[in-house]
Write a protein of this length. Structure first.
Length: 213
């Protein structure tokens, strides 16, 4: 699912029209494998005969660099070679997602850091992530990622967020992931949602989103 180191609030600036209020959860970068294991509550599925060259498997192993690039509003700091490499990786993942099955469950969950970056988003606002958005059909898995984001394993105390996602275009990538126990559903770049509810309970912000495009 996503990572899960808090690297600070980096909300994007700019943009226009319908996507002018992009939700940048770039502060929620993919976890190291050991954190993925901790979040999933199980070991990696190595040696299971899966294709190690599969774009989605490669992505689920290490999505940090690619998602950071996709969420960057200024890509000029990247070399032409890196931009070409990362653009190709993103295109390969998008193409591979089209061949993956739609999950049986339409509702999925995403646990991530909370904080001030969420304050500007209100019920009725639009939500779109320029990167791939990882969710899980298993709410307990999302809750473990939220615990990591909140510092639950380090003794820190940080705000968290839990997204309930009513999606239409997410794809079941669990069978292609190195972390099959996480029941991962991945949404392609730029999937558009509407925030249908937002509420605060203690240190956790709960956000419900419904896909509209």
């Amino acid at each position: 699912m996503g990572s899960r180191r808090n690297s600070g609030d980096r909300s994007p600036e700019g943009g226009a029209g319908i996507l002018s209020k992009v939700l940048d959860d770039g502060a929620f970068t993919p976890p190291a494998p050991k954190n993925r294991d901790r979040a999933g509550g199980s070991s990696r599925n190595d040696g299971d005969g899966s294709d190690d060259n599969d774009p989605i498997r490669i992505y689920t192993d290490d999505s940090d660099e690619l998602n950071k690039y996709l969420r960057a509003t200024d890509k000029s700091k990247y070399s032409p070679e890196d931009r070409a490499r990362l653009d190709k990786q993103a295109d390969d993942i998008s193409k591979a997602l089209r061949d993956r099955p739609v999950p049986d469950e339409r509702t999925t969950w995403r646990g991530l850091p909370g904080g001030e970056w969420l304050d500007k988003y209100k019920k009725g606002d639009l939500y779109s992530d320029p990167a791939f958005m990882s969710t899980s059909t298993n709410k307990r898995v999302a809750e473990r990622f939220q615990t990591i984001a909140m510092g639950g394993f380090t003794g820190d105390h940080r705000p968290g967020a839990m997204f309930k996602v009513d999606g239409a275009t997410g794809r079941d990538v669990g069978r292609n992931s190195s972390f099959k126990h996480q029941d991962e559903v991945l949404f392609d770049r730029g999937a558009l949602f509407k925030i249908t509810d937002k509420r605060q309970e203690g240190s956790t912000t709960f956000v419900d989103i419904t896909q509209i495009a």
